[in-house]
Design a protein around this ligand. Structure first.
Ligand code: IPD
Ligand code: CA
Ligand code: CA
Length: 273
């Protein structure tokens, strides 16, 4: 199968998943519970993951899968073999509250690099796609990251972990960004934050997330000309395209400056107010 055919099939599966998400919201019948005490998961998350997994298994029975609800410990360090990375609903809290920033995220990696990325937002009517080395698109039209060159005009997206005790250290970063950038957005879907950087709506995004949250959006942002990297070096032997710690994805003109600001904030070197 060519990469183009693989992308077309991935879009089809993501859009089927999107229909399931729309139906579930319309019927409002989904139950919910909390994983690890604080992490919301609905029946729809599991049903959509099951559908995507079955569809991928029927087309690619020999390819491994890492997916948030069904295979969260799937082997992400498996070297060169093909791997599907799936977040069935990115933005579960938004989904459960009736908000629109909700996405299906599907990435395909080979040789440790994301080669196909699809992020489909069923309530926004947007499908973001990318093929490594070939570009990024929104509903089939090419997209480009912004050309912002100074932090003062940069609109920055971020997010916060579910664990409340992991949030306080991030307040230093937040304060620094609010002081030095235009403003902050917390839209509740890491995959869509990355797509918003890819199409120039946001100038930057930083956060620590799981592989399924960012793998597809990371390729989409990179292919749209954004600088996709990490605030601190990726540990040796870890696949960078699956390493979600301290992501920093920005328009090219502000990557160095925002990176320095966030590292100085981490080090407690920025006084605010
Ligand atoms: C979450 C969203 C959110 C981010 C969280 C993720 P979920 O994913 O991407 O924006 O801040 O860290 O866990 O739980 O809705 O799939
Ligand atoms: Ca997610
Ligand atoms: Ca999810």
């Amino acid at each position: 199968m060519t990469d183009d055919e693989r992308l077309a099939l991935t879009i089809e599966i993501a859009q089927e998943a999107g229909e399931m998400i729309r139906d579930a919201r319309e019927r409002q019948t989904f139950g919910h519970r909390y994983k690890k005490g604080q992490e919301l998961v609905t029946d729809a998350d599991v049903a959509v993951d099951t559908h995507i997994s079955e569809r991928l298994a029927s087309h690619f029975p020999d390819e491994a899968r890492l997916s948030e609800e069904l295979a969260p410990t799937g082997d992400s360090q498996q070297g060169d073999a093909p791997l599907w990375v799936v977040d069935p609903i990115d933005g579960t809290v938004n989904f459960a509250h009736g908000l629109s920033h909700v996405a299906v995220s599907i990435a395909w990696l080979v040789e440790g690099r994301v080669r196909v990325g699809v992020v489909h937002a069923p309530f926004l009517g947007e499908t973001f796609t990318a093929l490594a080395g070939q570009g990024a698109w929104r509903n089939g039209m090419p997209i480009k990251a912004s050309k912002t060159s100074g932090l003062g005009h940069a609109l920055v997206g971020t997010g916060f972990p579910y664990r409340r005790d992991s949030r306080p250290p991030l307040m230093r970063r937040l304060a620094a960004v609010l002081e030095h950038c235009q403003d902050v957005r917390r839209n509740g879907s890491a995959a869509l934050d990355l797509c918003d950087v890819a199409c120039g709506r946001l100038d930057a995004y930083y956060e620590s997330v799981s592989a399924w949250d960012f793998a597809a959006g990371w390729l989409i942002a990179r292919e749209a000309g954004a600088h996709a990297g990490h605030l601190y070096p990726c540990p040796e032997g870890v696949v960078e395209d699956l390493y979600g710690e301290n992501l920093l994805v920005t328009s090219p003109g502000i990557h160095r400056e925002l990176g320095e600001l966030l590292r100085r904030a981490d080090a407690g070197e920025i006084s605010v107010g």
